[in-house]
Design a protein around this ligand. Structure first.
Ligand SMILES: Nc1ncnc2c1ncn2[C@@H]1O[C@H](COP(=O)(O)OP(=O)(O)OP(=O)(O)O)[C@@H](O)[C@H]1O
Ligand SMILES: [Mg+2]
Length: 293
């Protein structure tokens, strides 16, 4: 059996099978965000990435939470190197990729996230070419972000192919999720939002929650925001966080694990409209880091 390090080396060296012939370098870039903090973004991102991977997709998980990165804690790994080391040219891209559960490739942004905004043209090109080496082999690149909106986060969210907005049924989470979409939409009207309701009591509560946001977005922003699915409120999630094992691995038969499975399936089966063609990593980086320059 291939060990984790070996499969990562293959990934970076280019021996990983391409998605399908002629697909080209068009990884779909997904950012996961929320208005209110603590709604379950990191748990969702990690387990969603694992579900997509289990469905045969090449997935890269990137922790882009500037202040409080913690996906590594959720999966019980401690990366020695992160984006900072890549940007300082102390490590190559292959060295900063950690292997998570199920061989999920993972990059910790660490303090490198802040460096990104002050890169020289040369350093930006270096960063892009390094990241492209790995990104071009991916179907999906998932970025977990911090809660709320800084100018940087806003550009970041707006540059992705999909922005998955996580909320819970709590009124404060709902209003903050709407506020986030409103602010991003006003400055970047092309942003594609999709809704996820976490910690729902049941499907009905999840739908009621999403309807509130969808109705406000339709009425005041003239935006049709699809509801992608929900994850039940499930004590197994809390237990898994304590164990530092993703809930879908620790408790594969739990309600939350089944929900994430269903959500990933429906994400994959929803046909993106023509205007939602993925732009690939280069398109993403140039939108994100070069816009307004
Ligand atoms: N589906 C769920 N059922 C029960 N508890 C949950 C669920 N999802 C998340 N939680 C609880 O919420 C906590 C916060 O989750 P998580 O760290 O994923 O949120 P976050 O949105 O990433 O937070 P932050 O905004 O600080 O980055 C978890 O540690 C867990 O206790
Ligand atoms: Mg988080």
């Amino acid at each position: 059996m291939m060990d984790q390090a070996q499969s990562l080396r293959q990934l970076v060296s280019g021996n990983t099978p391409r998605r399908s012939p002629g697909d080209g370098p068009t990884a779909r870039i997904i950012t996961v965000c929320s208005g209110k903090g603590g709604v379950g973004k990191s748990n969702f991102t990690l387990n969603f990435a694992l579900a997509l991977k289990a469905m045969g997709k090449n997935v890269l998980l990137f922790d882009a939470d500037i202040g409080m990165a913690n996906i590594d804690v959720l999966m019980g790994v401690s990366p020695k190197l992160n984006l900072y080391h890549l940007l300082k040219r102390e490590a190559e891209i292959g060295q900063i990729i950690e292997s998570g559960p199920g061989n999920l490739p993972f990059i910790a942004g660490g303090s490198g996230m802040e460096e990104l905004f002050s890169l020289s043209e040369g350093d930006l090109e270096y960063f892009t070419s390094q990241v492209t080496q790995i990104a071009d082999k991916m179907d999906y690149i998932l970025f977990d972000t911090g809660a709320g909106l800084s100018k940087e986060t806003m550009k970041f969210i707006a540059s992705a192919d999909d922005c998955l907005v996580v909320t819970t049924p709590e009124p404060t989470a709902i209003t903050d999720a709407y506020a986030l979409m409103k602010v991003v939409h006003n400055t970047h009207p092309e942003t594609v939002f999709k809704l996820i309701v976490n910690q729902a009591g049941d499907e009905r509560e999840a739908r009621l929650t999403s309807d509130k946001i969808r109705m406000a977005a339709s009425r005041f922003l003239e935006l049709d925001i699809p509801f992608l699915g929900f994850i039940s409120s499930d004590s197994h999630v809390v237990q898994a966080v304590k164990k530092q094992i993703p809930f879908s691995v620790a408790f594969p038969n739990s309600a939350a694990a089944k929900d994430i499975q269903r959500l990933a399936l429906s994400y994959l089966s929803a046909k993106p409209v023509e205007t939602e063609k993925p732009q690939g990593i280069r398109g993403f980086i140039s939108k994100w880091l070069k816009r307004n320059q």
